[in-house]
Design a binder for this molecule. Structure first.
Ligand code: GLP
Length: 267
């Protein structure tokens, strides 16, 4: 794991935008294949999406030819519900950039056979050439996507129940916790681990424990994000607050300054 500790959330978003831009530029249609991004919802990536929109508007970045696959979607919300993740992505990114709407995918939650539909989602990712960069956030309980504690570390995209804790955490987007769906379809941990690169963002004091367990704890389904320790190319991008409980902070900082001498990050 490459652990990058930045001063604050704004800086985290800027560095994240660099990684996203790099993947898009490296995989332009004229080169080997179209860029494929795995996208995430939640509050954490919002600043990143704002920067990507700014870069598009400034003519510095184009999403033409880019395909996206989102991590997850709630089950049971009306299609155009404000808090569906499709709606979130439209409002916070897709409506403001030049991406082809037909190239933006989220797990389908309307099929009567969600198990089959999940496997089809993984297949569609494969057919697109696989995900070049998977963006991730982390839940307070260490979940990624909606892979709650106890999720198989080899899981495919599938139906998954939300924990009470996650429903409580996400209730801030709804009028009350009763309105938060109990089910989701989420890319599995096995699906996520197939991405060529993972980029997990975490900011704020409330993420300290989950971040420490993910990076320095044992690989365990108790902390689903710890499965990223098994991924050969994961970048964990943190602000000072989220990194505060890491035991080996000094090492991560030393290692990152050396890395940047070899591969500078231009922001
Ligand atoms: C939700 C999403 C996750 C996200 C998590 C953290 O549960 N399914 O993908 O990482 O929330 O969200 P936030 O970034 O708002 O803390």
């Amino acid at each position: 794991m490459r652990v990058i500790i930045e001063n604050d959330a704004d800086q985290v978003a800027k560095v994240a935008a660099f990684f996203v831009g790099q993947v898009i530029h490296e995989n332009r249609p004229s080169k080997t294949k179209n860029p494929v991004l795995g996208l995430a919802t939640g509050s954490t990536p919002l600043k990143l999406y704002e920067i990507l929109i700014e870069q598009y508007k400034a003519g510095e970045l184009s999403f033409a030819g880019v395909t996206t696959f989102n991590l997850d979607e709630y089950v049971g919300l009306p299609a155009n519900h404000e808090q569906s993740y499709r709606n979130f992505m439209q409002r916070h990114l897709f409506d403001h950039i030049d991406i082809d709407p037909a190239s933006t995918f989220l797990p389908s939650v309307s099929s009567p056979d969600l198990r089959q539909e999940g496997l089809r989602y993984d297949q569609r990712i494969l057919e697109a050439g696989g995900i070049d960069l998977q963006l991730l956030g982390i839940g307070f309980d260490g979940h990624i996507g909606f892979n709650e504690p106890g999720s198989s570390l080899a899981s495919p995209t599938r139906l998954k129940a939300l924990t009470r804790q996650t429903r409580a955490d996400n209730s801030r987007f709804f009028d009350s916790i009763d309105q938060v769906p109990k089910l989701s379809v989420t890319m599995g941990i096995g699906s996520i681990l197939k991405a060529k690169q993972c980029l997990l963002l975490a900011t704020g004091t409330q993420k300290q424990d989950a971040v420490q367990a993910m990076i320095e704890g044992p690989v365990s389904s108790r902390v689903p994000a710890s499965a990223l320790q098994l991924h050969p190319n994961t970048v964990v991008l943190l602000d000072e607050a989220a990194a505060a409980k890491l035991e080996f902070q000094d090492y991560y900082r030393d290692s990152e300054s050396l890395q940047r001498e070899i591969q500078p990050i231009a922001i």
